[in-house]
Each structure stands twice: as structure tokens, then as C-alpha cells.
Design a protein around this ligand. Structure first.
Ligand SMILES: Cc1cc2nc3c(=O)[nH]c(=O)nc-3n(C[C@H](O)[C@H](O)[C@H](O)COP(=O)(O)OP(=O)(O)OC[C@H]3O[C@@H](n4cnc5c(N)ncnc54)[C@H](O)[C@@H]3O)c2cc1C
Length: 290
């Protein structure tokens, strides 16, 4: 039988933070609930309280384009992000990631904050946010901004303390002649978390075709979403073309630490990483050329 819990509905961020402090017993924050409810139903994490963030839309549900970049409130849903022309055009890897989460129904309620805070290695927004240089704005006793690289600590684990909430995500504006992409391999085309996901970002000199900057990140390839720094380094200063993308893919596979699960074996995941990295880099490059 489902364990009973109290459902708390703060109306402001301040009230939510104060409830988190005064809760006598275990609690979980809930945004869209597409992870939390599934976990509670399966009996894994029955808390004494659920603290709903739903009424905090005014503070946490804003998608705002600024001169320096994009501010995404933690409560913004995948569907809103997917439909944003700015994200489709300028933050294409994030578009690729969020538009492939579950189904339209899941994307209508699932939030980007929930996806990041679930901190699963398979989270489809994580690898795109890693290569886009995202910063996380966290509130608790004080407000702080951290690089997303510092956030994930293990499967389903992150640095958030019991009194902290993810408020928003900031993505800096990308420089000229750069673009990004995310390739997801699932066992089927929809309603499937990735067996492996590969995100990439490159900036090229349009005259010479030389790669000026590169970032590569993987999903479902290690205990947390990861950056592949060695693979990135191999691209910089080289002519941006298939041969070097294949080399970067092979290096990324060496940097990965995948596991065997019912979805795929470690060997299989390692063997598809180079393919997905190469495809992702080629797509990033094609997007620059368009
Ligand atoms: C059928 C189905 C298919 C799915 N397919 C995919 C998929 O293809 N790819 C994928 O990546 N995911 C998938 N998911 C997982 C899920 O939909 C996403 O991770 C979603 O983004 C979670 O967001 P949410 O708002 O529902 O999070 P919730 O379930 O509300 O919360 C998730 C976790 O984050 C914490 N949390 C939420 N918001 C905050 C915040 N602002 N600050 C601090 N902590 C917070 C919660 O306490 C909880 O631990 C799927 C889920 C279902 C049910």
C-alpha cells in the first residue's frame, strides 16, 4: 500500500525554504512529479512530506532572453523549451535533448529543474547543458551560482543540501560560428531514456575551417553525465571534418565509464559512443554552415 504523506503547497520561494527548514521528518520537493511519483509508487523513497513547487511559477517558471544569455527557471517544462524558437536556433543541443524526453504528455509536466535535480546519468538535458556551459542558480541560506560540472556527484546524487532549491539555469550566449547538437540512442524511438547520449559544441573559423573550441558530453556513459576533456582537446586547432570527429569519438569512449544494465551492456555502450559523438559533431558543424 502507498505510504501516506503530507502534501505542502508553499506560495512563495521564501515560504518553501522555510517549510524545508521546519519539516519534522523526511521530505522531497516535487515539481512536475514525473520522477518523484514514479519513485514513490515503486516504494523506493516514501517521504513524510512532499513540498510542491508548483505555485512558485512566478519565481521559478520564467524563460527570459537576456543580452548575455538565457535564463531558464527551474519550473520551465520541456515542452515550453522545445517550442522556443531561440532554443531551437541558438541552443540546438538543448532543443535536441528536451524534445526527446518521454512523450508530449511527459514533456508538458516534466521540468528542466526536475530533470537536472533527478541527477540521473541518463537525464536528457544534462549533456546538452554541460556542453553549453550552463550555470545553476541555487538558493538556500544564500543564493549562489555554480557551473553545472560541479553539480553531479553520483547516480541520482548532487551537491544540493537539504535546505537548497535549484532556482534557475543560465546559459551564456554562444559566440559566432558555433553550434551544438545532441544525439540520443534509445532501444526505441520514443518514450525511452538513452542507452547512450552524446552532446557536442564546436566553434570554427569560417575562413579556414579550423576548430577554435569544442566541448563533448555524454549521457548514460558513466555514473554521472560527463564532459570528455581529452576528446575535446584533440579537436581544437584541427580542421573540423569527419576524420578528426571519429578520433574524438574514440577518445570519448575511452573517457567513459559505462555500466551493464538491462538496457545495454558496458561493451555495447562503449562501442556506440564513437558513432554518436561523430554524428553529434557533424550535426553541430552542419548547423554552423546553414
Ligand atoms: C514515462 C516517462 C518517460 C520519461 N522519459 C524520459 C526521457 O526520455 N529522458 C529523460 O531525461 N527523462 C525522462 N523521464 C524522467 C522525467 O520525466 C524527467 O526527469 C523530468 O524532467 C523530471 O522533472 P519533474 O518536474 O517531473 O521532476 P520531479 O519528479 O518533480 O522531481 C525530480 C527530482 O528533482 C527534485 N527537484 C525538482 N525540482 C527541483 C528544484 N527546483 N530544486 C531542487 N530539487 C528539485 C525532486 O525533489 C526530485 O528529487 C521520463 C519519465 C516518465 C514517467
Amino acid at each position: 500500500m502507498l505510504k501516506t504523506f503530507e502534501y505542502l503547497q508553499p506560495k512563495t520561494l521564501e515560504e518553501a525554504l522555510s517549510m524545508m527548514k521546519s519539516c519534522k521528518g523526511s521530505f522531497r520537493l516535487i515539481a512536475g512529479g514525473t520522477d518523484v511519483i514514479v519513485q514513490i509508487r515503486s516504494g523506493k523513497t516514501p517521504p513524510d512530506y512532499l513540498i510542491s513547487l508548483k505555485a512558485l511559477n512566478k519565481e521559478l517558471g520564467i524563460l527570459e532572453e537576456k543580452e548575455e544569455g538565457l535564463d531558464i527557471g527551474a519550473l520551465v517544462t520541456h515542452r515550453i523549451l522545445e517550442k522556443s524558437p531561440t532554443i531551437q536556433k541558438e541552443y540546438a543541443a538543448l532543443y535536441d535533448g528536451v524534445s526527446q524526453v518521454g512523450s508530449v504528455q511527459v514533456r508538458n509536466v516534466g521540468t528542466i529543474g526536475g530533470n537536472v535535480c533527478s541527477s540521473l546519468p541518463s537525464a536528457d538535458s544534462a549533456a546538452p547543458l554541460l556542453i553549453l556551459g550552463a550555470k545553476l542558480n541555487i538558493v538556500g541560506d544564500r543564493e549562489e551560482s555554480i557551473c553545472i560540472e560541479e553539480f553531479f556527484t553520483g547516480p541520482g546524487e548532487n551537491i544540493l543540501k537539504n535546505n537548497q532549491i535549484l532556482k534557475s539555469i543560465f546559459i551564456p550566449k554562444l559566440p559566432k560560428n558555433s553550434n551544438s547538437a545532441y544525439e540520443k540512442l534509445g532501444r526505441r524511438k520514443a518514450m525511452e531514456i538513452p542507452v547512450v547520449g552524446a552532446a557536442s559544441y564546436i566553434q570554427v573559423d569560417k575562413k579556414t575551417g579550423i576548430c577554435l573550441d569544442a566541448r563533448i558530453a555524454l549521457a548514460s556513459s558513466a555514473p554521472t553525465p560527463i564532459r570528455c576533456y581529452k576528446a575535446e582537446q584533440t579537436l581544437v586547432g584541427q580542421s573540423a571534418e569527419k576524420e578528426i570527429f571519429v578520433k574524438a569519438g574514440k577518445l570519448a569512449a575511452q573517457e567513459a565509464n559505462p555500466r551493464t544494465s538491462f538496457r545495454a551492456t558496458e561493451e555495447y555502450r562503449r562501442s556506440v559512443i564513437p558513432v554518436l559523438v561523430e554524428r553529434s559533431l557533424s550535426r553541430s558543424l552542419n548547423r554552423i554552415k546553414k
